[in-house]
Ligand binder design. Structure first.
Ligand SMILES: [Zn+2]
Length: 318
């Protein structure tokens, strides 16, 4: 059976749901499409993630505007991936915040990532011509940055270590115990690890995320985890997915096997648990390919290009 490349055949619009997590705290989920969020300050808004295009972002802002008219002072980007950042211009934000490494990654590989993600997930790129160019953060940090929301207290942006990318950040509301985790945690959605640092992510990075003690968690994709137990389950699911990959790809590699064998082994083991979740088939070839490199000692992820995407897909999924 020939599997259509990545998510290129996934053309059916997803149902978007606005969830009010606390007074002035919003999340928009979409059945496994990238999640976005917003938090109200006294007289301004902080938006979290920008979607793939300004046209897609404008749809989200129209929903948000039914609840608040405050201007967007900060647009916070959890990491550099195109489907999270290229809609930024629609927000008219005073400040675009990201991690130092995110800015560097956009400079190094933002253009290739744009082309790669557009090929993999064309449906997310509503009116692609509305994208004015790469998104450049205007304020970056390395460890943490706190935004004073006024009455709602602080919003703490933190880098918990390398994980989904080199420069992930999470947004934490300590008073409400709400965490926007970006793609560091997925709740009932498959993990994309093609640009990841699997061992850091499964270890110290997720430890730091868990230590925050969130009671509500908005992951990169999938449903909002509500309650400490559901948050724990989402983090455990993320860790399990990574552990299975690390163990099995490592075993095949040590036994002198091939990348294709590693892919098939991981697929067989993860499919029963995660196969029905969004983008599982799409992600897995890229995930295993990067992990293979990582375990061979390739420190930083190789750059995905539209062409390399097709080659890896051809090799592993057909
Ligand atoms: Zn991502």
């Amino acid at each position: 059976m020939v599997k259509a490349f990545a998510s290129s055949a996934d053309l059916e619009a997803k149902q978007q749901t606005l969830e009010i997590l606390a007074d002035g705290v919003y999340a928009l989920t979409a059945e496994g499409d990238p999640n976005v969020g917003a938090v109200e300050g006294d007289d301004f808004l902080v938006c979290f993630e920008a979607l793939a295009t300004p046209a897609a972002a404008r749809d989200w802002l129209a929903v948000l505007r039914q609840h608040t008219r405050k201007p967007v002072r900060y647009l916070v980007l959890s990491h550099y991936h195109a489907v999270r950042v290229l809609g930024a211009s629609a927000f008219d934000a005073d400040v675009i915040v990201a991690h130092d490494r995110t800015r560097a990654l956009i400079a190094e590989r933002g253009q290739q990532d744009w082309e790669s993600e557009y090929g993999r997930m064309p449906r997310l790129f509503k009116e692609p011509a509305s994208i004015p160019g790469l998104t450049w953060p205007t304020l970056t940090f390395s460890d943490s940055l706190t935004i004073d929301l006024g009455e709602r207290g602080p919003l703490v942006l933190r880098h918990c270590g390398r994980g989904h990318t080199e420069g992930d950040l999470v947004a934490w509301l300590p008073r409400e115990r709400i965490l926007f985790a970006g793609d560091l945690v997925e709740s009932q959605a498959a993990l994309y690890t093609g640009d990841a640092f699997h061992r850091d992510w499964a270890g110290a990075t997720l430890d730091r995320v868990a230590q925050l003690g969130a009671e509500t968690l908005v992951g990169g994709r999938g449903a909002v985890a509500r309650g400490a137990e559901a948050v724990e389950a989402a983090i455990a699911q993320t860790r399990d997915f990574l552990h299975v990959m690390i163990t099995e790809v490592g075993a095949v590699q040590r036994a002198g096997g091939t990348l294709k064998q590693a892919f098939e082994r991981v697929h067989t083991l993860l499919e029963p648990r995660y196969g029905r979740w969004p983008i599982f088939e799409h992600c897995l070839p890229f995930d295993v390919s990067r992990l293979w490199d990582e375990l061979e000692g390739v420190e930083r992820p190789r750059i995905w290009t539209a062409q390399r995407d097709r080659e890896v897909w051809e090799q592993l999924q057909s």
